[in-house]
Write a new protein. Structure first.
Length: 130
């Protein structure tokens, strides 16, 4: 019997018209260092060795729409980012170039969009971690 292959998620890749600008935004937000930088590719990594983020040039990039609409580019995924102080985290994200999404589905979560338009959520855990 063949041994079961090992899988490890190392990064999530976001398409963007300018991967360097988007990487700079997330580097400022998360404080992660750049690990690799090429003309159309940038990687930032979590200091603890967990999965990082990569950014690649997509010349035909269309900003996703949140919330989704049938006639618009739909959001395919989003990042959930835990913070210790939600109002301060939102303020920091806005200073770096994020925008607050018009639709906010939960009172204890803030949906924002990065400079390329990818939605992401900031939340502060209020109960015990599981």
């Amino acid at each position: 019997m063949k041994p079961k292959p090992h899988f490890r998620l190392v990064a999530t890749t976001l398409d963007a018209p300018n991967p360097h600008e988007l990487a700079q935004f997330y580097q400022g937000l998360l404080g992660w260092p750049v690990q690799k930088e090429e003309q159309s590719w940038v990687e930032i990594a979590a200091p603890d060795g967990s999965a990082g983020l990569s950014f690649q040039t997509e010349p035909l990039f269309t900003r996703p729409q949140w919330p989704s609409r049938r006639s618009e580019q739909q959001m395919m995924m989003h990042l959930d980012i835990e913070v210790n102080d939600l109002p301060a985290a939102v303020e920091r994200a806005l200073a770096l170039g994020a925008t607050v999404a018009d639709f906010q589905p939960q009172a204890d979560v803030r949906v924002l969009c990065d400079p390329a338009g990818h939605p992401f959520c900031l939340f502060a855990r209020t109960g015990p971690s599981v």
